[in-house]
Design a protein. Structure first.
Length: 314
């Protein structure tokens, strides 16, 4: 079944918002944002832009020393809290310590194309960090969220053959770094789809949205397990990619613009690699609401975290 909320369809033209930039961010004074993985790259660029607009930004990072150094370079109101998305105990500790309203949660952190490895809870590292960690964090924080949840995906969710391998989520015996990454990014979009459905059914005003940065030059590509691919990525970062500030624009657009739930933002330029943010298309696999519900059920079982029983209503 196709996504009933998603107004874009495979093959449809991109809906552009020409030249949207950080200058278009409304005043964010009095609003609080949590940005995961905000000590570098896209997360840091996102945090910097939001703080510049008057928001209080919480940098949720694994390494608080690096996080503090990043926060020191951000003019505006910030704080640093420890969060390791590859460890559900850390996720629960972060959420358990949260005791105030939260306007926007930005699920930005991620790992890419790693050698085969496991999280603290035994999950495949990319699926466990990129999807399951954020799945648990979102549901645990959701009673505090008043506006929206933005989750970063990737254009690589469209990679040929990508699907949720319910029979082998860890890709045991057939693991490749690229396949594991693409599966995790598809999971991010399916998570957003099912989260939006549940929020609407609960009568909540909170929206779930997704974004992707196109090709942005960050540290992420430098950790690719394949040496040849890593070299090509770094070459592309230098000569083809936009910078982290440009790559953060779709996230910022999804975080502050008046967009419907389940929207997916990305660069509006050629092949969605760069350019001003726009509402963009997603693959048919990322629009399947039946798979989204099944993934949600499996994620609840794996994390022992579910959708909150009570949320603020409209």
């Amino acid at each position: 079944m196709r996504d009933p909320h998603h107004r874009r369809r495979v093959g449809a033209r991109t809906t552009k918002t020409p030249e949207w930039s950080t200058a278009d961010i409304p005043d964010q004074a009095g609003r609080t944002f949590v940005v995961t993985g905000a000590n570098s790259g896209l997360g840091l660029a996102t945090a910097r832009a939001l703080a510049a607009a008057g928001a209080h930004v919480v940098l949720a990072v694994r390494d608080t020393t690096r996080g503090a150094a990043a926060a020191a370079g951000i003019p505006g109101s910030t704080e640093v809290r420890r969060l390791d998305l590859a460890d559900l105990a850390s996720v629960r500790a972060f959420a358990g310590a949260w005791d105030r309203p939260l306007d926007v949660l930005i699920n930005n952190a991620g790992v890419m194309n790693l050698p085969e490895s496991r999280t603290a809870d035994g999950f495949e590292m990319q699926f466990g960090t990129n999807h399951l960690g954020h799945f648990a964090l979102t549901n645990l924080l959701l009673p505090h969220v008043s506006d929206r949840v933005v989750t970063l995906s990737s254009g690589l969710h469209r990679a040929r053959g990508t699907r949720i391998r319910f029979d082998n989520l860890a890709l045991d015996g057939e693991y490749t770094p690229a396949a594991a990454y693409s599966q995790s990014k598809l999971a991010n979009l399916l998570f957003t789809l099912e989260l939006q459905r549940r929020l609407e059914d609960a009568g909540s005003p909170v929206r779930a949205l997704a974004a992707h940065p196109g090709w942005a030059a960050t540290e992420l590509q430098g950790h690719d397990a394949n040496g040849v691919r890593r070299a090509l990525m770094l070459f592309g970062n230098r000569f083809l990619a936009q910078d982290a500030d440009g790559g953060a624009l779709p996230t910022l657009y999804a975080a502050v613009a008046d967009l419907p739930g389940a929207s997916y933002a990305g660069p509006g330029g050629r092949l969605e690699l760069r350019g001003a943010p726009a509402l963009v298309d997603r693959s048919a696999a990322a629009s399947d609401s039946d798979v989204a519900r099944r993934l949600w059920d499996v994620s609840e079982q794996l994390t022992a975290v579910g959708f909150p029983a009570a949320l603020p209503r409209r």
